[in-house]
Design a protein around this ligand. Structure first.
Ligand code: ZN
Length: 339
């Protein structure tokens, strides 16, 4: 068997599931679980590292309630609990998975054959307006944060899920959101634009001196999801020397916006080629949304990542570009931002 191409991935929701199942040590990740990510699937597919998201789920997942604001006290508790699960899992099993806070630590984990996990927050509801929790979370290893998920909070307005629709829906960051961005810059926490609406995106672009990053987003010109990035947004990311991680979620890839897993991997390559065209070869990476979105059948789980690499090869992407998309671009970006 050939060794799969190592992948560093922009987004997964493993912690959400471990938390929901009461698996507070991550035993099911180590021993095998249904779902997109576990140790055996990661090893089989070359998944060698990524951003592991802390995300506060809605209390009611049905209809409009899914994107309703969540209560601060519950959000703070869930945020701390998910951070603790990641800390427990990585501290107890450093040869399998390691919490990393620098690019050098990620390189070292890869050399040692351990998965590199970067702690990420998707929606900062667990942080209050005085931002005190941020200091603790940074000390715990947090290095990436999206101020909002696709719902409003005290920091801003997430882009609602809508198709076909522009991401230019609703107002920009609040005063607390502007302070949050400034504080993340001071601490060396990357700001993720993936669930922001366009006004919020513009606020971060205006405020931030760092490369702009969307950890798990697709191309609006190819699939008119409100969650996808318009050419204008891609230009801003390109100007900043930033990176976009391609979301594998079928509804974000497809021209018809449908959540159907008979989605061709060639379509993923079309999104990647479009991103390379707009961002250059240094600006494109992967952001699977494993355990958070419906995967194309051709990939299925982390074990199926080599099929995406093969699709890139079939489309004529060279080895150097594939290595950039799969690993190097995220690492270079992290080296330039968190250190
Ligand atoms: Zn997301």
């Amino acid at each position: 068997m050939t060794t799969p191409t190592p992948i560093f991935d922009g987004h997964n929701d493993l912690l959400l599931h471990l938390h929901a199942q009461g698996d507070h040590t991550g035993a099911s990740f180590l021993n095998g679980r249904d779902g997109h990510l576990d140790l055996a699937k990661c090893r089989a597919g070359g998944f060698a590292g990524g951003f592991f998201a802390i995300y506060v789920p809605p209390e009611d997942r049905s209809g409009a309630a899914r994107t309703a604001p969540v209560a601060t006290d519950r959000a703070r508790a869930v945020t701390m609990e998910m951070a603790s699960i990641l800390l427990r899992l990585t501290r107890a099993n450093p040869n399998a998975i390691r919490l990393c806070t620098t690019a050098a630590q990620i390189d070292r984990a890869r050399e040692d054959g351990a998965i590199a996990a970067v702690m990420h927050i998707e929606g900062a509801e667990g942080i209050g307006p005085d931002l005190l929790e941020l200091e603790v979370l940074h000390a715990a290893g947090l290095r990436s944060l999206g101020p909002v998920w696709s719902r409003p909070n005290i920091f801003g307005h997430g882009v609602p899920f809508s198709f076909p629709a522009s991401p230019d829906i609703g107002p920009g960051l609040t005063d607390a959101g502007l302070r949050l961005v400034a504080e993340c810059e001071r601490l060396g926490i990357l700001i993720d634009l993936s669930h922001l609406n366009e006004a919020g995106f513009r606020d971060v672009a205006r405020l931030s001196s760092r490369p702009l990053v969307a950890t798990h987003s697709c191309v609006h010109a190819l699939s008119q999801q409100s969650r996808n990035l318009t050419d204008r947004q891609l230009s801003a990311i390109a100007e900043s020397g930033g990176v976009v991680g391609l979301n594998f979620g079928c509804q974000f890839l497809r021209e018809d916006g449908q959540r159907r897993d008979d989605t061709d991997l060639g379509l993923m390559v079309r999104h990647l080629a479009y991103l390379v065209d707009r961002l250059g070869e240094a600006g494109v990476a992967l952001g699977s949304d494993f355990d958070g979105a419906l995967m194309p059948q051709g990939i299925g789980t982390a074990a199926g990542l080599p099929a995406l690499v093969a699709a890139m090869q079939d489309a004529g992407f060279g080895t150097a570009l594939i290595e950039r998309i799969c690993w190097q671009n995220w690492l270079d970006l992290l080296r330039r931002t968190i250190g």
